[in-house]
Design a binder for this molecule. Structure first.
Ligand code: HEC
Length: 127
């Protein structure tokens, strides 16, 4: 009985020693969130689908007149309104600006920025 306990203890100790520091589980950032390893699909970006979704998730709070409490005064409510900043370079500049980022709270994930850039580079189509 005593031997069994010692053997078990040794095994458990070995497990802790070998396993814990190296991380037995896939609990690193890349495996959990796919940063760096998951390719970002930027093919055929559509204003009506991917771009609107990004705006919805990150921009509308401050860029829709219908949300007066947080509205910045610069509307991106319609395609024509967004097209102005897309074509004059401000959109891509601000979503990548560390000094004056949009959203103001900090840069979006790289994939969202790459998607917007791909859409702008394609001529910011109303698709
Ligand atoms: C928390 C509020 C807030 C959020 C969220 C936000 N913005 Fe803004 N945005 C502002 C304000 C305020 C200004 C005007 C002041 C300035 O230029 O910094 C502005 C200005 C801009 C401008 C410059 C337009 C011009 O004509 O000068 C662009 C481009 C822009 N935002 C894009 C975005 C995009 C794209 C997102 C989402 C990815 C976003 N913003 C999210 C508040 C916000």
């Amino acid at each position: 009985m005593k031997k069994t306990i010692i053997a078990f203890g040794t095994l458990a100790g070995l497990f802790l020693l070998l396993c814990v520091p190296s991380g037995c589980f896939y609990d690193n950032e890349e495996d959990l969130y796919g940063t760096g390893t998951t390719p970002c699909d930027t093919v055929n970006m559509r204003y009506s689908v991917e771009i609107k979704q990004i705006l919805q998730d990150n921009c509308y709070d401050c860029h829709l007149p219908s949300l007066p409490a947080t509205y910045s005064g610069i509307p991106f409510e319609t395609y024509d309104q967004l097209k102005v900043v897309a074509l004059n370079g401000q959109l891509v500049e601000r979503i990548n600006s560390a000094a004056a980022p949009m959203p103001q709270t900090g840069l979006m994930l790289p994939c969202n920025r790459e998607k917007m850039e791909a859409w702008v580079n394609a001529g910011a189509p109303n698709n």
